[in-house]
Design a protein around this ligand. Structure first.
Ligand code: GLN
Length: 192
């Protein structure tokens, strides 16, 4: 299995390191041809407006949309914004997932936080019972899911922070910044 990480901006290096820990072949994706032969793609955290502008500049928008119709894509934080259909403002989006997202929903950098999440699918897929410790940095929330998108995780006040639609995955938080490989393992099961 070979998994690409969109390497235009943001914390792609941390995702690559995580995948290497799981002994998965990786590729940094900066141009359309870098998608050839990949089984899945991760779009990292960073700044969704910057990632979008660069994706337009490198002619990646259409190739990424086509890739997502057939293959697994996981967006973390800015990546989750970028794969959504609606962010309530005008910026380049892949519009792959039927989720409505609100950027910077928890406030500024200083309002970043960590919390434990209960994610039944993750426990089931990885055969472990421990809660998932999630890191939120200027994170978006998923305001709503529609179509066949489903909620994977919510924080204690009920706000949605992870969703899945078939082989597409969106998380408001950053599994690549922890030592817990379970979310990456879960994504690999979708790419398989
Ligand atoms: N606030 C950023 C955005 O709107 C996302 C932050 C992140 O990826 N850590 O794109």
């Amino acid at each position: 299995m070979k998994i690409g990480v969109l390497a235009l901006q943001g914390d792609f290096a941390e995702h690559i390191a995580m995948l290497k820990r799981l002994k998965v072949e990786t590729a940094e994706v900066r141009l359309p041809e870098h998608l050839d032969g990949l089984d899945g793609l991760i779009i990292p955290g960073g700044e969704s407006t910057t990632i979008g502008k660069l994706a337009v500049a490198y002619n990646l928008m259409e190739p990424l949309k086509l890739f997502g119709q057939r293959h697994a894509i996981w967006g973390t934080c800015a990546g989750a914004i970028f794969i959504s259909k609606d962010v309530g403002r005008d910026q380049p989006l892949l519009s792959l997932m039927d989720i409505k997202v609100r950027r910077n929903a928890f406030g500024r950098q200083v309002d970043s936080f960590e919390t434990d999440l209960d994610i039944p699918e993750l426990k089931q897929a990885t055969g472990t019972d421990a809660p998932y410790h999630a890191v939120f940095i200027r994170a978006p929330i998923i305001e709503s899911v529609s179509g066949d998108a489903k909620v994977l995780a919510s924080i204690s006040d009920g706000r949605i922070v992870a969703a899945q639609q078939g082989h597409l995955l969106a998380t408001s938080f950053h599994p690549e910044l922890t030592n817990d490989t379970r979310f990456h393992e879960y994504f690999l099961s979708l790419a398989d």
